[in-house]
Design a protein around this ligand. Structure first.
Ligand SMILES: [Zn+2]
Length: 124
């Protein structure tokens, strides 16, 4: 499965090949601020399966375009709202920071529920 997307300003374009390592949503304060929404919706792929053009940003560095992704070590996190097509075929695996989930938002029964992060060893 090849998926492509990019940011609205056109600075970053990407293509990912194959299934993501995992797909999640996060309700933490950083994701709220970064996304400008109630939560962020993202997928994580191995960097080697990703083709990028433009400068990716990191919310810590404040460089590049942060609407698409931030950059891990050997993995890359893609904001799934930046895909050209709806990511309906991707399966939500987990929810993070459910302690901050809006009360009007139902939890996803088939997704792992984490009160906060998944644990430092699993962070990307
Ligand atoms: Zn978050």
């Amino acid at each position: 499965m090849k998926l492509s997307g990019g940011c609205s300003c056109g600075q970053v374009r990407y293509e990912v090949d194959g299934d993501p390592i995992r797909v999640g949503i996060c309700h933490c304060e950083t994701c709220r601020k970064e996304s400008g929404s109630a939560f962020s919706f993202f997928g994580i792929w191995p960097k080697e399966n990703t083709t990028l053009s433009g400068e990716l940003g990191c919310w810590k560095s404040r460089a590049g375009c942060r609407r698409v992704s931030h950059d891990g070590s050997d993995k890359i996190e893609i904001k799934l709202g930046t895909l050209e097509r709806s990511p309906s075929a991707l399966v939500l695996a987990y929810e993070l920071w459910t302690v901050r989930r809006e009360p009007w938002l139902a939890h996803q029964k088939r997704a792992e529920q984490h009160t906060r992060d998944r644990g430092s060893a699993e962070q990307s």
